[in-house]
Design a protein around this ligand. Structure first.
Ligand code: G6P
Ligand code: MG
Length: 223
């Protein structure tokens, strides 16, 4: 009986890009621009899909492997900065229009049920995005790229989120749109719900196209 009570879900940890906000599209635009500036023409949306949940430097490698030049570590840092500067420029225009359908309603409903809300995102731009979109006031704790040293699929970002929420990993449900994120959730010993264009292929415990779907929260939360 005691075991059942401790294992009940008490907190929901949301990934940010592609789960709460449509910034994944802006990441794509910024990487595409960098690719073009470097004369790399073959960088596509499919390559971009592999960048989801992946750190900035690892995402850069996915762009560079489409070209045929080798670069020094110093040059790579410069390229990552260039991409981020362009991305931040795009983020300046972000408003609550970028909040994905069903997100606010879901956050309000979960809070009403007494659940804690956390963010688990590798992005170092998380604070700026939450500020610009007005989502900050719906969130209890943020764990992001600024808090961690290992990117997803490492579980670090989710373990930090659980700790900040004052919960055990088994008391948390992760909501993700990336494979790396679902692997990270499993490695953290957390249950997972997959959303987004690839929701059926992510390997999540629960699968829904997006947060606008009729999600059977009661059965998920009482499982
Ligand atoms: C998220 C996105 C990735 C991005 C990473 C780092 O995980 O899904 O595509 O590369 O954050 O984001 P940043 O804003 O710090 O470059
Ligand atoms: Mg994501």
């Amino acid at each position: 009986m005691t075991g059942m009570v401790t294992n009940m879900i008490k907190g929901i940890i949301f990934d940010l890009d592609g789960v709460l906000v449509s910034t994944d599209e802006l990441h794509y635009q910024a990487w595409k621009k960098l690719a073009m500036d470097l004369g790399i023409m073959g960088f596509t949306k499919e390559d971009n899909a592999r960048q989801k949940g992946v750190s900035r430097m690892d995402s850069l490698e996915i762009v560079l492997e489409k070209g045929n030049k080798r670069y020094s570590d110093e040059e790579k840092l410069t390229f990552a900065d260039q991409k981020n500067n362009f991305y931040i420029e795009l983020l300046q225009r972000l408003t609550d229009d970028a909040v994905l359908a069903g997100v606010k309603e879901t956050l309000i409903m979960l809070r009403k049920k007494g659940l804690l809300i956390g963010i688990g995102s590798v992005s170092k731009n998380t604070p700026l995005i939450l500020e610009k979109t007005g989502l900050k006031s719906y969130i209890d704790q943020i764990s992001c790229g600024l808090d961690i040293s290992k990117s997803k699929p490492d579980p670090e970002v989710f373990l930090v989120a659980a700790k900040k929420l004052g919960l055990l990993p088994v008391q948390c449900l992760v909501i993700e749109d990336s494979k790396a994120g679902i692997i990270a959730a499993k490695a953290a010993n957390m249950r997972s719900l997959g959303v987004g264009p690839e929701y059926e292929q992510l390997g999540a415990d629960y699968k829904y196209k997006n947060l606008q779907c009729e999600i059977d929260w009661d059965s998920i939360l009482n499982s």
